[in-house]
Design a binder for this molecule. Structure first.
Ligand code: V47
Length: 364
């Protein structure tokens, strides 16, 4: 392995990885540009095994997308619709509760709740939704609302981020998913999601949540018009934020799906690109405990391979996730826990069912 890495001209990075030394932005750019995927993957695997051994985590979870009505209408998104659109929908709190009730017979431990930036739903709707979910399934962990939604809720309530987060926690919020981060670069935001909360604003929500003791995830939407330097700037800002607060649990690189978006003329990401993003993020984000290969976006087969390229988590059973589906995702929404276990075992890893905060529920 050392020989392969040296031959790829990455010997100095191997030395840093072995010494646990932080990689620079320049190192990150060399890794992204290296044509030697196996060398980059082997480096990432060293970090992956040092941090998580052979463990490969999954969760028994459910997604609820309560409404696709959105005022931001980002160019890379096929999910958000204007209120007048024929495809626009919104669920009542009762309908959200019914979605939870439908699956009470399954051993689900987490519900992932996200939606668009709705122009009219009142603040009370969001609190009632959290309380309603807990009424139906009191022990479930609610991972809800991207940083963009949280900032919108603070605006709606006329309160500080801190007070808003406290209200949400009192109503049942357990943690915050990683969506809405996209690429922090103002250039990319201006070109693809001008109306969305800024990168700075997104990071402020995450850091405020961490200070209150909430754990959050982070994402990066790659494979559209961003440059390698913009990806690294994004990763660097996340790494700095994590140095400050240590509240991020998992980083999830999200592969851009062009279908039905305003960027539909762009190509889908390639397998090489997907694995590179997993590997470089594992190497660069030295202070993040977990890297997720989200099977819904990169497909179960590649998510399985990603377990040898830096990823230690596959996400979970999911079902009814609409954001990828609307943008042409081909993986289907649901995977049985037995299938996740099989994929992990075949990859030579140890399947571990976890809860949201990575407490072990069952080792296989
Ligand atoms: O915020 C939107 C992205 C995100 C597209 O925290 C797209 O564990 C690809 O954040 N192609 C939502 N991506 C999904 C998300 C997520 C998923 C699973 C687990 C977790 C976690 C977080 O999806 C959005 C946006 O960044 N997105 N459109 C698209 N066409």
């Amino acid at each position: 392995m050392e020989q392969m890495i040296n031959q790829a001209g990455l010997g100095d990075i191997l030395a840093k990885v072995k010494d646990g030394e932080r990689l620079s932005v320049d190192d990150g750019a060399r890794l992204y540009r290296s044509p030697d995927l196996l060398a980059v993957g082997s480096l990432a695997n060293l970090v992956r095994e040092r941090k998580n051994g052979d463990n490969a985590y999954f969760i028994y979870n459910q997604h609820v997308n309560y409404s696709n009505i959105c005022t931001n209408l980002c160019k890379f998104c096929a999910f958000g619709k204007p209120k007048e659109s024929e495809q626009a929908y919104e669920m009542t709190v009762e309908q959200v509760k019914a979605k939870i009730r439908e699956r009470l017979h399954e051993p689900i431990t987490e519900v992932h709740v996200v939606g668009g930036i709705h122009p009219e739903l009142p603040y009370s709707y969001y609190l009632d939704m959290l309380r309603g979910i807990k009424e139906v399934r009191p022990e479930i962990h609610i991972q809800a609302f991207t940083g963009v939604e949280i900032a919108h809720l603070a605006d709606l309530s006329g309160q500080s981020l801190e007070k808003t987060l406290r209200d949400l926690v009192d109503a049942g919020l357990g943690s915050i998913p990683g969506g809405g981060a996209e690429v922090f670069s103002p250039r990319i935001r201006k070109l693809t999601c001008e109306k969305k909360l800024s990168g700075e604003g997104w990071l402020e929500v995450a850091k405020t949540a961490h200070r209150l003791g909430l754990r959050t995830n982070a994402t990066m939407l790659y494979g559209h018009i961003e440059t390698i330097e913009e990806r690294l700037e994004h990763l660097d800002l996340l790494r700095q934020a994590q140095d400050e607060t240590n509240g991020f649990l998992t980083f999830i690189p999200l592969a851009f799906h062009p279908k039905n978006t305003e960027l539909a003329d762009l190509s889908k990401t390639s397998g090489i690109e997907d694995l590179k993003n997993i590997a470089v993020s594992r190497l660069f984000l030295d202070n993040f405990p977990h890297i997720k290969g989200y099977w819904v976006m990169i497909g179960p087969k590649l998510a399985q391979v990603a377990l040898s390229f830096g990823a230690d988590d596959m996400d979970g059973t999911v079902k009814e996730e609409l954001i990828t589906h609307m943008a042409g995702g081909e993986s289907g929404g649901h995977m049985a826990d037995t299938e996740l276990i099989r994929l992990i075992r075949e990859a030579g890893r140890k399947p571990i069912e976890r809860d949201t905060l990575y407490n072990v529920i069952k080792e296989y």
